[in-house]
Design a protein around this ligand. Structure first.
Ligand code: PLP
Length: 368
C-alpha cells in the first residue's frame, strides 16, 4: 500500500475473505451465512463489502434500515437482504426494492400485511423475530397463536425465517442466560412451525454466538463484527484480522516552549520543551473528544504519540517529542496494531462504536 497522503480508511478485502473463511470453519457446510452490513458495513463501506461478500457467496445480507437496503439494491446487489428494523413508513419501498422485513410486533405485522395485500404480492418473504431476553425488538413466545391467526390465509407473504438475537453471547459469565435464550428460541420456533404448517429457516447466532455457541447454529448465522475482524475476546481475535486501518499524515510540526499551551481551551500546557504535530482528523471524522488529553494516541514508525489537548472538529494534536518524523509523514490511528478494540478500550468504549463513527468524509481506499 502506498503511504497515506491524507486521512484514509484503508479496507483490506483479503482480510474480509479470511475472516469469512474462519467463521465458516466453525459451522456445518450446510449452514447459511448472513453478512451484516448495516451502518455502512460497520463504518467501512457497505457497498464494496457487500459486493465482495456476494462474490464470496454469502447467502444473505442484513441491514438495520430500509434506506441501507435500497442503497445496496441500487449498487446492483441481488442477494436477499433482511431489514432488521424496518418502519411502516418504508413498507412500500421494502416491496419495491425486494427487501425482506423483520416483522417484530403486531403493529408492523398488520401494517405489512395490509400493504402487501394492496400491492397484490404473492409469497413475499418476511421474517418473524421473537424476543428471548434482549427486550429490544420481537414478539413474545405467547404471541405465536396471534401471529398464526394473522398469517393463516395471508397468501401475500411467506415466512422465510424465524429468528432471535442473543443479549450476551460474548460473556462467559452469562452462559446460563444465553443457553436459556437459545432454549426459549427453539421452543417458540417449534410451536410456531407446527402451527404454520411449513418450516422456515431458523437463526439466532451473531459473531460471538458463532464462536461460543456453534451448537445453536440452526439453519443460518448472522455475523457482523467478526467479518470486520473482531471476536470480542482475545482468544478469538487472534484468528481474525481487522479489515479497517485508519491512517493520516502530519500536516504541521510545532516546537513548544515550556508553559505554552496547545489547542482550544489551552487544555494542554507544556511542562518542558515539546514537539507537537497537527493531524487532519477530528471529532467530525469520528475521533470523539473522549480521546483527547492523553487518552488516544497515534503511532508513527511504531512509536506512540499521545493526543494532547482537546480533539478539535477537524484536527487533533499529538506529542511527537523525541520521535523522528517530519511534515507529510504517515501516522496510524488503528488497524492491525493497535486494533480498533485496543484503541477504543482506552476510552472505555468498544470497536463497534469507534468503527461505525468514522464519518463519510474520510476517504475509503481498498486493498484487493
Ligand atoms: C447487528 C446485529 C447482528 C450482528 O452482530 P455482531 O455482533 O456484529 O456479529 C446480528 N443480528 C442482529 C439482530 C443485529 O442487530
Amino acid at each position: 500500500m502506498p503511504k497515506a497522503e491524507e486521512t484514509v480508511l484503508e479496507i483490506d478485502l483479503n482480510a474480509l475473505a479470511h475472516n469469512l473463511q474462519h467463521l465458516r470453519s466453525k459451522l456445518q457446510p450446510s449452514t447459511k451465512f448472513l453478512g451484516v452490513v448495516k451502518a455502512f458495513g460497520y463504518g467501512s463501506d457497505a457497498i464494496e463489502i457487500a459486493k465482495h461478500l456476494e462474490h464470496l457467496q454469502v447467502d444473505y445480507f442484513a441491514v438495520a434500515y430500509t434506506v441501507e437496503g435500497i442503497a445496496l439494491r441500487k449498487a446492483g446487489i441481488t442477494t436477499p437482504i433482511l431489514v432488521l428494523h424496518p418502519l411502516p413508513a418504508h413498507f412500500d419501498e421494502i416491496i419495491e426494492y425486494n427487501l425482506e422485513p423483520n416483522l417484530y410486533n403486531a403493529k408492523v405485522l398488520n401494517a405489512f400485511l395490509a400493504i402487501a395485500e394492496a400491492q397484490q404480492t404473492k409469497d413475499f418473504p418476511v421474517h418473524i423475530k421473537f424476543n428471548t431476553g434482549l427486550n429490544r425488538l420481537g414478539f413474545w413466545e405467547n404471541d405465536v397463536d396471534y401471529i398464526i391467526s394473522k398469517l393463516n390465509g395471508a397468501l401475500q407473504v411467506k415466512v422465510a425465517s424465524i429468528f432471535s438475537h442473543l443479549a450476551a453471547s460474548e460473556d462467559p459469565n452469562e452462559r446460563d442466560f444465553t443457553l436459556q435464550q437459545i432454549k426459549s428460541f427453539e421452543n417458540t420456533a417449534d410451536a410456531f412451525i407446527e402451527k404454520l404448517g411449513y418450516r422456515p429457516m431458523l437463526h439466532t447466532l451473531n459473531t460471538s454466538g458463532i464462536l461460543n455457541y456453534p451448537e445453536a447454529q440452526f439453519d443460518m448465522v448472522r455475523s457482523g463484527i467478526g467479518l470486520y475482524g473482531f471476536g470480542n475476546d482475545p482468544k478469538h481475535d487472534q484468528h481474525l484480522t481487522p479489515i479497517a486501518t485508519l491512517k493520516s499524515v502530519i500536516s504541521q510540526i510545532h516546537r513548544i516552549e515550556p508553559g505554552e499551551s496547545v489547542g482550544y481551551n489551552r487544555a494542554f500546557k507544556a511542562p518542558h520543551f515539546a514537539k507537537t504535530a497537527t493531524i487532519p482528523l477530528g471529532h467530525a471524522d469520528g475521533i470523539s473528544r473522549q480521546y483527547g488529553n492523553g487518552v488516544g494516541y497515534a503511532t508513527i514508525n511504531g512509536q506512540k504519540a499521545a493526543f494532547i489537548g482537546n480533539v478539535c472538529m477537524d484536527m487533533l494534536m499529538i506529542d511527537i517529542t523525541g520521535i523522528e518524523c517530519k511534515e507529510g509523514d504517515e501516522v496510524i490511528l488503528f488497524g492491525k496494531s493497535p486494533t480498533a478494540d485496543e484503541f477504543s478500550g482506552n476510552a472505555g468504549t468498544i470497536s463497534y462504536e469507534l468503527l461505525t463513527a468514522i464519518s463519510q468524509r474520510v476517504k475509503r481506499v481498498f486493498l484487493r
